[in-house]
Design a protein around this ligand. Structure first.
Ligand code: SAH
Ligand code: SF4
Ligand code: F3S
Length: 482
């Protein structure tokens, strides 16, 4: 590095807090490499930081409120004379724009999700002079001009370079690695902010994805998860040639050393039969699908603009179980969407029961400014009713999950050991007479397995005989022969 620049922009201690989905977590991981390349130090003690970065999420009000409260605290610390640079990154920045900094005086940097490659320069700028430093993605509500489209493509390319050049060792605590295959979303579900904050759908070049998976696998990450907002709608066009998601999977699965290949999150509409067939044909593609249903009521699905009928969703679940008999299916639900009646709510319970999901993520509807449902529909389900429905769906899902997990008792499953169990992490791990501690790991179906074994097995694949189960975990004994 140029010595003058080095003096001018000193090494900083940077603290990053990340909210939201896998996309944000990966972005933060990429930022670590970018910032370390500029000689900044990433620290975990927020109090000692020179630069505080929030990688934010707008999916529900609750996620945004958390950041507002942090920004309030930072403003106090700054008023008390603490010299810190505060950067807000990600989806909230794109949703709120410069208003965010007008309302929260602590903010020095605003950086949208597609602009993160510029962040190291933005930190330098904020260090050199007072004043707000910003970089926004083009607004989704505008009709995109030719130049805007080109800018979006250029930004995606720049981020692609960042993705591809990341250090595979960064934050590599386990053998797991995440690879982005597409960005943005064009579905415009009526409740959802994502298409507005993450921009239009763009799929990465298959060669870039393959190279990145290879690099991660070569560095020891043997389980790769492909990520995207609707990962299975991946489609890359190059002249006449089109690569579909199933073809991408078939290209990646044979990579030497890739022991497990997964992907999240899938949209039911794009879950075509060819994807199920490829999953069946390659033994290292995990028999696990996360296909959010959102509701079990056809009327609500329509109001949500989900693009499928209840029958089509049921057909997908049937096809998945027929093609891949050991498939594990996970879903998301929103309770209290505008106009949701008790009958609609009962229909969601029925869907959970008949689909036998391993797990469902259940959320209370949160109107997001600018979305179609927030503009056109009354948030007419009272908060107490949303809470009750949330609890009721959780109870039904728990019953279903318990039955799901119990079917593994007596079976031997392959587990990737991810580290100490929660209990071992809380208490100082007391090792048994033969040096064993309580460990946890994941099956190919993403079940959590708890068992006693030496901590040195972390990152390894072992066989575990399942002896017990509850609605969240499997419990078992390490098999002696691996
Ligand atoms: N792209 C994924 C979902 C991303 S958001 C997909 O389409 O499957 C993750 C989940 O948050 C969604 O599946 C939905 O259940 C929930 N969600 C999205 N917007 C919401 C809102 N406005 N209120 C409550 N939950 C919401
Ligand atoms: Fe949001 Fe729907 Fe896109 Fe998922 S598919 S990110 S829920 S708009
Ligand atoms: Fe949240 Fe943005 Fe992800 S809104 S869920 S962090 S794409």
């Amino acid at each position: 590095m140029n010595a003058y620049l080095f003096l001018r922009y000193p090494k900083m201690k940077v603290y990053i807090e990340t909210l939201g989905c896998q996309m944000n977590r990966l972005d933060s991981e990429l930022l670590v490499t970018l910032l370390q390349n500029r000689s900044h130090e990433i620290i975990t003690a927020r109090k000692s930081a020179d630069v505080i970065l929030y990688n934010t999420c707008s999916i529900r009000q609750h996620a945004e409120d958390k950041i507002y409260s942090r920004l309030g605290m930072d403003a106090k610390r700054k008023a008390d004379g603490k010299e810190i640079i505060v950067g807000v990154l990600g989806c909230m920045v794109q949703r709120e724009g410069v208003d965010l900094a007008r309302r929260y005086s602590a903010v020095d940097i605003l950086c949208s999700p597609g602009q993160l490659h510029k962040l190291p320069d933005m930190i330098d700028q904020a260090t050199a002079a007072d004043g707000l430093v910003t970089s926004f993605d083009p607004s989704r509500t505008q009709k995109h001009s030719h130049e805007t489209k080109e800018q979006i493509a250029r930004d995606a390319e720049a981020m692609d370079v960042v993705d591809a050049s990341r250090d595979p060792e960064v934050m590599c605590e386990t053998s797991q690695g995440f690879v982005r295959i597409m960005r943005g979303c064009d579905n415009f579900c009526t409740y959802c902010i994502v298409p507005f904050v993450r921009g239009p759908e763009r799929s990465r070049r298959p060669e870039a994805i393959t190279a990145e998976v290879r690099k991660l696998v070569d560095s020891g990450r043997s389980e790769i998860t492909l990520i995207g907002q609707t990962v299975n709608s991946y489609k890359h066009k190059n002249g006449e040639a089109t690569t579909r998601f199933s073809e991408l999977l078939a290209m990646l699965a044979p990579i030497e050393g890739l022991r497990r290949l997964r992907f999240v999150t899938s949209h039911p509409v794009d879950f075509t039969a060819d994807i199920l067939q490829v999953m069946r044909d390659f033994s290292n593609i995990c028999p696990y699908i996360h296909v959010p249903a959102q509701s079990g009521s056809g009327k609500i699905l329509k109001a949500m603009n989900r693009g499928y009928t209840l029958q089509q969703y049921d057909d997908l679940i049937t096809a998945a179980r027929e093609t891949i008999p050991n498939v594990v299916i996970v879903s998301d639900f929103i309770v209290g969407f505008p106009g949701e009646t008790e009958q609609d709510h009962e229909a969601s319970k029925d869907l959970i029961r008949r689909s036998e999901f391993k797990n469902s993520f259940i959320f209370k509807y949160s109107p997001r400014p600018g979305t179609i449902s927030a503009k056109k529909l009354d948030d007419d389900v009272p908060e107490e009713v949303k809470k009750r429905r949330n609890n009721e769906l959780l109870t039904v899902q728990k019953e279903v999950a318990l039955k799901h997990h119990q079917q593994y008792v007596g079976q031997t499953v392959e587990v990737l050991v991810t580290g100490l169990s929660k209990r071992s992490r809380k208490q100082a791990p007391s090792s048994g007479p033969d040096g064993t501690v309580q460990l946890m790991g994941r099956t190919t179906g993403d079940h959590i397995v708890i068992f006693d074994a030496p901590a040195a097995l972390t990152g390894k694949y072992v066989n575990v005989e399942i002896t017990d189960a509850n609605d969240l975990n499997l419990f078992g004994e390490l098999c002696k022969t691996r």
